[in-house]
Design a protein around this ligand. Structure first.
Ligand SMILES: [Zn+2]
Length: 358
């Protein structure tokens, strides 16, 4: 591991974490349904490979991967996170479930067209959620490994360990929330009950250039208004999450948003999304800024001009900037930029919209 310069403290810790997450990668292979009583989890796609194929160029799609130390420093220096090509065999994969569970749970959204039924809405939501949970399990393993490894900080090592330890609590809280939600969904699956989620399903006239299976925890609504003041104090303990799936089936491209109707934050986000007339361009900007596990067509990326690409790369960098530089509210800055620089990124036309209230 490289020696980290002393003037890059918080950034350095983040760099180490990022490096470790890369090393650990997909090391956890325990089935998220049956645990150790199942066979090892298999690598499966959270966005179907048949869909990724349609936006791949020579077998590759663009995405953002956990940055290397040098890439991270480049993000801090330029406020731009550069996407990289990834083979579609690897893109969107995670080791979530054993062969039997993977097949039995997801066949309804892999082998059939999407209408969607309540069950299909739930399965897309569950898949995005299970992948995020999986990422967090690996992140947690990485953090603990870093804590237990002797970091070559010399005299700074005590500070460094304390700094890393300070990440445990917020990470634990977020993780507990995630895993509690996940457990509830798992129980529903096992009882063969589909929890009623609210959803918006939009058919579009083309194959979407950007595809995803992502979780979003809205802190700003679609118009860039800060949402947290809407909550009463104890509600802050729960993160409110919605899922966004953009993919295709044999009929064509679709966008599916699903959320729990009781959630005030996601509800406000959705209301303003509807009010915008289902503005896909802003949705793309928000996906770049707030989520991961999205993939895009190389030809689409290069069809955008520098200004658009720079904006999207800036949005994608904000997760890192907000951790490394506490002197500014990077999220607020991002939303201000996003709202004041409305751009056209995609040319998707709506064919039909189905809204279900949970
Ligand atoms: Zn299993």
């Amino acid at each position: 591991m490289k020696r980290i310069p002393g003037n890059l403290k918080i950034k350095a810790y983040h760099a180490i974490t990022s490096e470790k997450v890369r090393q650990i990668g997909n090391s956890y292979k325990t089935c998220l349904i049956g645990g150790n009583s199942c066979a090892k989890a298999i690598s499966s796609h959270s966005v179907p490979v048949s869909a990724l194929k349609t936006i791949a160029h020579v077998g590759h799609v663009y995405t953002f991967q956990s940055p290397t130390y040098d890439e991270l420093n480049n993000i801090y220096a330029t406020c731009k996170y550069h996407p990289k090509l990834l083979g579609i065999k690897k893109a969107s994969t995670y080791y979530g479930f054993c062969n039997i569970h993977d097949d039995s749970i997801f066949s309804e959204i892999e082998k059939f067209d999407i209408h969607p039924t309540n069950k299909q809405v739930f399965l897309f939501h569950f898949r995005a959620y299970s992948r995020t949970l999986y990422q967090n399990i690996n992140g947690d393993i990485a953090l603990r490994e870093i804590y237990n490894t002797k970091i070559p900080f010399g005299q700074e090592s005590i500070d460094a360990r304390l700094k890393i330890a300070s990440y445990f609590k917020p990470q634990e809280a977020a993780f507990l929330d995630l895993s509690n939600n996940y457990e509830r969904m798992k129980l529903c699956l096992e009882a063969k009950k589909n929890p009623m989620l609210s959803s918006i399903f939009i058919r579009i006239n083309c194959i979407p250039d950007v595809m995803c299976s992502a979780i979003l925890s809205p802190v700003y609504d679609f118009e860039g208004n800060f949402l947290l003041p809407l909550l009463i104090e104890n509600e802050l303990d729960f993160c409110q999450t919605m899922s966004i799936t953009i993919s295709k089936d044999s009929t064509g491209g679709f966008i599916l948003l699903s959320w729990n109707d009781d959630d005030i934050l996601t509800g406000s986000f959705i209301k303003t999304f509807i009010k915008s007339g289902f503005d896909f361009n802003r949705l793309i900007a928000i996906i770049f800024g707030n989520t991961e596990n999205f993939f895009f067509d190389e030809r689409w990326w290069h069809s955008l001009d520098d200004e658009r690409r720079n904006l999207l790369m800036y949005f994608a960098s904000v997760t890192f900037l907000s951790i490394a530089d506490l002197s500014q509210d990077h999220w607020q800055l991002m939303y201000r930029t996003l709202v004041n620089n409305q751009k056209k990124y995609v040319n998707w036309q709506i064919l039909s919209i189905d809204q279900i209230k949970g």
